[in-house]
Design a protein around this ligand. Structure first.
Ligand SMILES: C[S@@+](CC[C@H](N)C(=O)[O-])C[C@H]1O[C@@H](n2cnc3c(N)ncnc32)[C@H](O)[C@@H]1O
Length: 270
């Protein structure tokens, strides 16, 4: 199967990686000196950066519980990252030990740490692949083994499309996954934005993007209109596209977070 030139990343521990910096922001242990140096530099210039990571992770966990409440027991998590507390398979299998999870990430440390963690878990795995190659991921033998495409699937595309540039046509990419999902499946998306941020925060976002680009991690901010368009072909679940802390919150605690206007989230039913 052609992968259109997209594939796993090479392991390079001398250069920072966005996946390992994210792990560091969340308090994880799978990061190295260059990652921490980079993350500290970003945090010094953009103090809310770890808040965005936490709001995003918290959104992901609420979505997984929402999926379980709707009877979803099989999950595909694109750009899953380095495993950290409250992983999808932990939340899902605590509710249903037979729940199946396919994680996908192209970053070697994410892949390796997830592989180790899942070694004894027959109902969860990680594929090292590029999310821009849906055919390779959906056709992968592990996906076919664990996911039954005659039953609804919970797709998670959380905190990952900000790394996909316009040249890779994110709308078409999301549609390519959505088309393969049976009716009753769900699609969850989250993304960085700055359109409702005040000028100071917006300048911070620009700085953040510039710092990531200087580390060769190409990050993009998107408008609500563009983000919402990716749900085409689904019925948006209430409350629709919102800032991350406003999507079915467990408590009001995150609503006052300085990073609230910096991320959109939403879930659509196929
Ligand atoms: C910010 S983390 C998000 C992790 C997790 N989804 C969450 O929301 O907590 C982004 C992850 O996406 C991965 N990623 C970025 N671009 C990717 C691509 N084209 N293919 C596969 N993984 C990608 C990175 O390696 C990183 O682990």
């Amino acid at each position: 199967m052609s992968n259109h030139g997209y594939g796993p990343r090479e392991l390079d521990l001398d250069a920072p990686s966005a996946a390992r910096a994210y792990d560091y922001f969340l308090g994880g242990a799978h990061n190295f000196e260059p990652d921490r140096r980079f993350a500290d530099e970003v945090r010094a210039m953009v103090p809310w950066v770890a808040n965005v990571a936490k709001l995003n992770r918290s959104f992901l966990q609420r979505v997984v519980r929402f999926y379980l409440d709707r009877g979803i027991t099989q999950f595909i998590d694109l750009g899953s990252g380095i495993p950290t507390v409250g992983n999808v398979h932990e939340v899902a299998q605590a509710r249903d030990p037979e729940a199946a999870v396919v994680y996908v990430d192209f970053e070697p440390v994410a892949w390796h740490s997830a592989q180790t963690l899942l070694a004894d878990n027959p109902r969860a795995t990680i594929i090292q692949a590029d999310v821009r190659d849906p055919a390779a991921i959906l056709g992968h033998p592990d996906t076919r083994r664990l996911i039954d495409f005659s039953r609804p699937v919970g797709l998670l595309v959380v905190g990952v499309l900000l790394f996909v540039g316009p040249e890779d046509r994110p709308a078409e990419l999301v549609a390519a996954y959505r088309r393969e999902l049976p009716p009753g499946s769900y699609l969850a998306l989250s993304h960085l934005t700055d359109e409702d941020a005040d000028p100071a925060l917006r300048a911070d976002v620009e700085r953040l993007i510039a710092l990531y680009w200087s580390a060769n991690e190409h990050v993009h901010s998107r408008t609500r209109e563009e983000f919402a368009s990716w749900f085409e072909g689904t019925e948006l679940v209430s409350p629709g596209v919102t800032f991350l802390p406003d999507w079915r919150p467990d408590s009001a605690e995150e609503r006052d977070d300085v990073a609230r206007p910096l991320g959109y989230g939403g879930v659509g039913r196929v």
